[in-house]
Design a protein around this ligand. Sequence first.
Ligand SMILES: NC(=O)c1ccc[n+]([C@@H]2O[C@H](COP(=O)([O-])OP(=O)(O)OC[C@H]3O[C@@H](n4cnc5c(N)ncnc54)[C@H](OP(=O)(O)O)[C@@H]3O)[C@@H](O)[C@H]2O)c1
Length: 321
Amino acid sequence: MKAKNCLIFGGSGQIGSNLIRKLAKNNLRVTVVTRNIHQKGLRIKTQANAGFIDIQESKIFDEKKIEKLFSTADYCINLIGILYEKKNGNTFKNIHTVFPTLLAKLCKKHNLKHFVHVSALGINEAVDSKYAISKLKGEKGILSNFSKTTILRPSIVFSNSDNFSTQFMTLLNRLPIFPLYYGGKTKFMPIHCSDLTDVIHHVLQNDIQSQIIECVGPEILSFKEILETLLHLIGKNRILVPMPLVLANLSAKFFQLLPNPLLTEDQLRLLKYDNITSGKYKTNKEIGLPSKLFFKDEVKKYSYMWRDGGQFSTEKYDLND
Ligand SMILES: NC(=O)c1ccc[n+]([C@@H]2O[C@H](COP(=O)([O-])OP(=O)(O)OC[C@H]3O[C@@H](n4cnc5c(N)ncnc54)[C@H](OP(=O)(O)O)[C@@H]3O)[C@@H](O)[C@H]2O)c1
């Protein structure tokens, strides 16, 4: 039987790279769309064996080019997302609302078997965040156009190639004092990237359709607990200071002027809301895939590069024994 073809948008990112490996290993073919094959080609190509992967370069709103790819696809998976807006059309509305709705229309037109869209946890609650509003509108646009869709809403996704644990370990290494927004009390349920891609594969394999599934890790951690865990793992002591909201807003106003801001005003608003299961939707546990990987255990495997001594700081290389 011919292997099914998954058309993936956003496949060069953290979740995408892990997903390509998982799907190809399970005998699915993948076609990955990227905006820049010269920049991302190597990273994408090396995730699967030849014959299982095809890369296509396209602008995401080049409808003619994208539509051609749907004629040979069985499944579509959308992983495209941004954390802050930029000029030239890179707006939350275009990326999180207009584009996913376009994909859903094409899925319907070409009668695809399934569409998996990765959204984000907590978007119903974060009513004053432009990011959350755009994600929510995107979900509505998809569901009203293609009912054979599964929407996944993950909490923070972590792995050795994330922009979260790795970036925080870099910052904690360099800064003597670290700010705690909202007193560091915001709660998260970090899910390991591999646990999340297991869910995506499970959804395709078992044809789970028309559902919103909240995808979370096995534990609830506050922002402060996450920072303390990272500090412990990199063997550093830093002062964690609760930052008054006025100061937090001022710093976000400054940061968002930078090309790759560490924090924006919109992200600050988002941080106000706990990022945990709502109780209104099924979770990965309820569809038979509870997360197996704990934050501390997994980050420990790659955090040694942020410790003094790098590779020689690991237990394996303890030369004093
Ligand atoms: N990581 C998390 O903690 C987390 C948590 C909750 C939800 N999510 C959601 O999960 C999805 C995937 O996350 P991820 O961490 O894998 O993302 P990522 O690493 O940032 O990758 C997303 C991909 O989207 C494409 N992309 C980025 N900006 C774009 C733009 N302006 N126009 C067109 N394409 C663009 C890029 O592909 P090319 O450069 O190859 O075109 C990129 O590889 C996103 O929708 C995100 O919102 C992530």
